[in-house]
Design a protein around this ligand. Structure first.
Ligand code: HEM
Length: 379
C-alpha cells in the first residue's frame, strides 16, 4: 500500500524501515505528550484518565522534560547491575523450568503461562522489592492497561484501561508511602532520594517517582513476555535452527535479535510532526500523528533479504527497542531474561522431542503483541 498510508482515523501510518528509522532517530519529531493529548478534539480517546497518565510517563515526555527525567537515572541496567540480577534471574528460570518439565510429563504444558508470563514479573518484582503475592495482580492490570496504547482502541478497551490505571495508581501510591516511611536499598527508595534533591515539593517528587515505577512495570511485562513466548514458538517451529543453537551457543544473541525482528513485541510507535513537513513525498502538517509501523518495517524487502524467513544467523539491525532519545532503557535486561530461559531449555530438555500443539493465537491487538498461550507437547 506504500510507505505512507493514510490512517482511517486521521494521521498516517509509516510502513517502511527507512521512514521508521528516519523519524525515530530525528531530534525534531516529538512524542504525544500531555499537552498534545489535551489539544486533541477526540476527547474519548485522548483525554481519558489512562491516556492522560501515559502522557506523564517517560516515553511520552519531550525535551527538556524528558532529559530531566532520563538523565539522572543513568543506565539503570548497566553491566554491573545486570550481573547482580543475573543470579536470581537464573534461579527463577530454573524454578519455572521445573514446573514446565513436570507438566510436560502429563501432556501439553503452556510455555506462555508457565514461563513467558512469569519470568518478567518475577524479575521486575524482585528488582523493585514487591511482594510475590502481588505478581498476579500486576500482571493482569498490565494486560488491561496497555489497551490505551493500542492503534485504535474501542470504548470498552479504553474503559478497561482506565480502571486498570486507577488501580495501578492506588498500588504505586501505597508503595511510595511505604518507602517514604521505611526507605531501603531498592530503586523506588533511591528514586525518592534523587527526586527530593532537585524537587522542593514532595508531592511533585512523589508523582515523578510514581510515573517512573508505573512505567517500568508497564514497559517490562508485556514486552518481555512476548519476546520469551514468541521465541519459544519460533524456535520450536524451526527445529533445525534450535539444533544449530544447541551446537553453537554463541548464536544466542542473534536468535534473540531475530525473534525481535521477526515479531516485534511492540508493532507500532507514535510520533508527532514538529512542523509542516513531508515524508516520502506525502505532506504531514504540524501536530499530526504518524504511527511508525515497526512490525511492517521489520518485513520490508528493501531492508531485509527474504524478510519472511526466520533465520537466527541473520546479522541485521531492527527497531524493536525504538531508536534515538527514547531508546529502550530495559533492552539489556530483556535480552538477559531470554538468554537465561533458552540456555536452560536447551540444557534441560531434548528439544528435538518438543512440539507446539496446534496453531497459537495472537490477541487481537496491534501495538502490544500478545500470544495468549503456547501449548507444548513432548513426543
Ligand atoms: C523485549 C522487551 C522490550 C521491548 C520490545 C521494549 C520496547 C521499547 C520501545 C520500542 C521503547 C521506545 C518507545 C518510543 O520510542 O516511543 C521503549 C522505551 C522504554 N523501555 Fe522498553 N522494551 C522492552 C523491555 C523493557 C524493560 C524490561 C524495561 C525496564 C525494566 C523497559 C523500560 C523502558 C523505558 C523506561 C523506556 C522509555 C525510555 C525513554 O523514553 O527515554 N523496557 N521500550
Amino acid at each position: 500500500m506504500g510507505e505512507m498510508v493514510p490512517a482511517p482515523w486521521g494521521g498516517h501510518l509509516a510502513t517502511s524501515y527507512r521512514l521508521c528509522h528516519q523519524v525515530l532517530r530525528s531530534r525534531d519529531w516529538r512524542v504525544p505528550d500531555r499537552a498534545w493529548r489535551e489539544s486533541q478534539t477526540d476527547a474519548a480517546r485522548w483525554h481519558a484518565p489512562a491516556s492522560r497518565q501515559m502522557g506523564a510517563t517517560m516515553p511520552m515526555l519531550n525535551p527538556p522534560h524528558h532529559t530531566q527525567v532520563r538523565r539522572p537515572l543513568g543506565n539503570v541496567f548497566d553491566r554491573n547491575s545486570l550481573e547482580e540480577m543475573r543470579h536470581s534471574v537464573e534461579k527463577n528460570t530454573e524454578r519455572l523450568m521445573d514446573r514446565f518439565i513436570d507438566e510436560l510429563r502429563d501432556g501439553p504444558a503452556d510455555f506462555c503461562a508457565l514461563v513467558g508470563d512469569e519470568l518478567p514479573v518475577m524479575t521486575i518484582g524482585e528488582w523493585l522489592g514487591l511482594p510475590s503475592a502481588d505478581y498476579p495482580l500486576l500482571r493482569s492490570l498490565t494486560h488491561d492497561q496497555v489497551h490505551t496504547q493500542e492503534l485504535f482502541p474501542s470504548p470498552s478497551q479504553l474503559a478497561i484501561s482506565d480502571a486498570a490505571t486507577a488501580r495501578l495508581r492506588e498500588y504505586f501510591t501505597d508503595l511510595i508511602r511505604e518507602r517514604r516511611k521505611s526507605p531501603g536499598d531498592d530503586p523506588v527508595s533511591s528514586w525518592l532520594r534523587m527526586w527530593d534533591e532537585f524537587e522542593a515539593d514532595q508531592e511533585a517528587a512523589d508523582e515523578a517517582v510514581f510515573a517512573l515505577a508505573l512505567f517500568m512495570v508497564l514497559a517490562a511485562l508485556e514486552t518481555t513476555s512476548h519476546l520469551l513466548t514468541t521465541m519459544g514458538w519460533l524456535l520450536l517451529s524451526h527445529p533445525e535452527q534450535l539444533a544449530w543453537l544447541r551446537a553453537n551457543p554463541e548464536l544466542m544473541p542473534g536468535a534473540i535479535d531475530e525473534t525481535l525482528r521477526y515479531d516485534a513485541p511492540i508493532h507500532m510507535i507514535s510520533r508527532i510532526a514538529p512542523e509542516d513537513t513531508e515524508l516520502a513525498g506525502v505532506p504531514v502538517p504540524k501536530g499530526e500523528m504518524v504511527q511508525l509501523m515497526v512490525g511492517a518495517a521489520h518485513h520490508d524487502p528493501e531492508q531485509y533479504v527474504a524478510p519472511e524467513v526466520f533465520d537466527i544467523r541473520r546479522k541485521t539491525a531492527h527497531l524493536s527497542f525504538g531508536g534515538g532519545i527514547h531508546y529502550c532503557l530495559g533492552n539489556a535486561l530483556a535480552r538477559m531474561e531470554a538468554e537465561c530461559v533458552f540456555t536452560s531449555l536447551l540444557r534441560r530438555l531434548p528439544t528435538e522431542e518438543l512440539h507446539v500443539a496446534g496453531t497459537p493465537t495472537w490477541q487481537p491487538r496491534v501495538a502490544f503483541r500478545r500470544l495468549g498461550e503456547l501449548p507444548v507437547v513432548r513426543a
